[in-house]
Design a protein around this ligand. Structure first.
Ligand code: MN
Length: 256
């Protein structure tokens, strides 16, 4: 069993160190992660500048690129073998609802999934690494369960996991949920630079809009570990028929 670990907070982040420590006895584990914080880089790949890979004293490899770059490079030449599982995290903060679109933590896992490898993205629901030991223990449990029930996984899968920042004794069971939704982000923040130019800072993510029962927001607020299976197909299957008809009307052509 071989596991590739990455993240988006950078190879020195406490979350990836804790994840590595938790998984190193479970399987053969290698870390390839961004040199610097790459939160909110989603699936971005670096196409117009070279990437360099260095090895840190603890054996982790780090890349001057994005989370998806790290997994992409690892899978297409750097490792020289195909891992059985790609695990990303543990992220410093929630990746629930719409966060999953922007998340570099999810992006790293998704890159593995796109290469046909099962993948899991782990996040703590609050920033600050509180109770990281409990989160890492939960991550290990989940990975062990996934490894021991591997039969029948003909298709790769992608799981998004959010763990409440609680001590181990207070962490509740896993709940399989759909993604909730967030309100639009907070307004952009402007400041004036020392040279008199206006600087813009992207505002904070919006609060939960749909946190009803069955969502990741709801489960984690109750102290449960949320697990959401993700897919990548962005097609609006339900509206294919509507658009086919609408296009035919607009262009004056009937269905051919
Ligand atoms: Mn992050």
């Amino acid at each position: 069993m071989k596991i590739l670990i990455s993240n988006d907070d950078g190879y020195q982040a406490p979350g990836i160190v804790a994840l590595y420590e938790a998984l190193k006895d479970v399987a053969e584990v290698e870390v390839v992660a961004p040199e610097h914080n790459n939160s909110a880089k989603s699936n971005a790949l670096t196409l117009h500048s070279p990437l360099y890979v260095h090895r840190a004293a603890n054996g982790f490899r780090y890349v001057n690129g994005t989370p998806a770059d790290c997994v992409h490079i690892a899978l297409t030449g750097l490792l020289g073998y195909r891992p059985d599982l790609v695990v990303s995290g543990i992220n410093n903060g929630a990746n629930m609802g719409d966060d999953t679109i922007y998340s570099g933590t999810v992006g790293a896992a998704m890159e593995g999934y796109l290469f046909g490898i099962p993948a899991i993205a782990f996040s703590q629901t609050e920033k600050g690494w509180k109770h990281l030991d409990a989160a890492a223990a939960r991550a290990r449990e989940l990975v062990e369960q996934m490894i021991s029930h591997r039969t029948g996984d003909a298709q790769p899968w992608l799981l998004n996991v959010n763990i409440p920042c609680l001590p181990q004794a207070q962490l509740k069971s896993v709940k399989v949920c759909r993604l909730g939704r967030r309100h639009a982000a907070e307004p952009v923040i402007t400041q004036t630079s020392p040279r008199g130019e206006t600087m813009y800072w992207i505002g904070a993510a919006g609060p939960a809009m749909d946190e009803s029962e069955g969502t990741d927001f709801h489960a984690t607020a109750q102290g449960h570990v949320s697990v959401t299976p993700l897919k990548v197909d962005l097609s609006d299957h339900e509206r294919l028929g509507y658009w086919a008809q609408s296009m035919a009307q607009r262009t004056g052509k009937g269905p051919s």
